[in-house]
Design a protein around this ligand. Sequence first.
Ligand code: HEM
Length: 419
Amino acid sequence: MAQARKTRMECGVTDVPSAIVFQKSAYGPVFTVVAAGKRLTFVTLNEDFRAFFSSKDIDFEQAVQEPVHNTASISKDIFFKTHPTCSAIIKGRLTPGNTAMLSAHLCEEFNDHLESLGSEGSGQLNELIKSVMYPAVMSNLLGRCNSPSSALSRQEFLEKFTTYDDGFEYGSQLPDMFLKEWANSKQWLLSLLRNMVAKAEETVYSESYGKTLLQHLATSIPDKYLPNYGLLLLWASLANAIPITFWAIAFIVSNPAVYKTAMNQISTALGDQDKEKTKVTLDDLQRMPYVKWCIMEGIRLRAPGAITRKVVRPLKLQNYIVPSGDMLMLSPYWAHRNPKYFPDPEDFKPERWEKADLEKNVLLEGFVAFGGGKNQCPGRWYAIMELHMFVALILYKFEFNLLDPVPKPVSSLRKSNVQ
Ligand code: HEM
């Protein structure tokens, strides 16, 4: 049963969110690149991923300390002292069970912000997604009082956050003086976060939804550093989720057979509901496994370009001894193009996820989009639920017409260099 949807949305997809793309090198399974005086050693074989995620000879905090200092102004001493607590709180609050508790409020937020798009329109898909996801996720994780409420404040936040996010890679490596506009956006966001923390501490938490993640962090992180951690959390929660949502929708809508199957499932699960206040429960989501496969396939194809660890004691990989001091790099984007684990790796094939046991949170072998080991992404269950719900809702409410062909992945343009 295909339900008539109320509204029409025409979307450009030329404004493609950036993805870091690496070229597979001809230099062997473990190779080192020297960039700006730093040794970056890349690990490309799945059999070495276990060492990357669990070896005691490499360290996550040492790898990210300097980028954290540059992007969120948290000093070295404070970071090493407070990061384990911060990480434990986020992990504890975003377990699959706790994530489920956030879903009803998130659905209300998505409905409110999707409503403000009106009944018809045309624009860039990426901008549309940002205008809904930014305020909805901020309200869900940091509190409603902390979500930009007027169109004007939403627009200002969107501009500052986009500048901060777009320049994050450079900002993590270079001092502020080389990146004036980016540094201004960072300061603007930090002062916004200071206000948010003050509001979160004054606000009594909601009876029905309990404390927000920010209020939980406030119980253990000193006030002085809370805005800085808040900024990092905000960035981590949006930086990957927004572009992956863009790609998931573009892949679905541009592929008629996929679109039809997804729409049939969404219409059957949601029935004939009020389009302004559409309720999507976790049970409804369970009745849309194919839509979830589409989300997982979107995450696979547009996974982060690289994750890092610092080598703290010489580490043996294959026939190499990687010296301490090296940054060890693993690219999920690359790993997901290994045909041994993902046949026809460049193709968007939702049905490959049939083999995973998603109901039991078991993902596919070779899938590393969320990293691994004790620093694996703590927001992964939230991210999957959030994207699944958002994509189901937006496709239920709007009929999309893409104005441009979906751009080819950058890597296929460079296929001659890929081995
Ligand atoms: C599809 C969306 C997402 C992807 C692909 C993603 C991926 C990642 C990856 C690869 C890491 C590094 C893991 C490692 O080094 O082993 C990470 C870290 C992190 N992610 Fe996510 N993430 C996503 C969404 C989210 C969301 C929605 C949240 C919060 C609600 C979040 C919070 C975090 C945090 C706080 C860290 C740092 C953990 C630490 O400091 O130990 N992420 N994410």
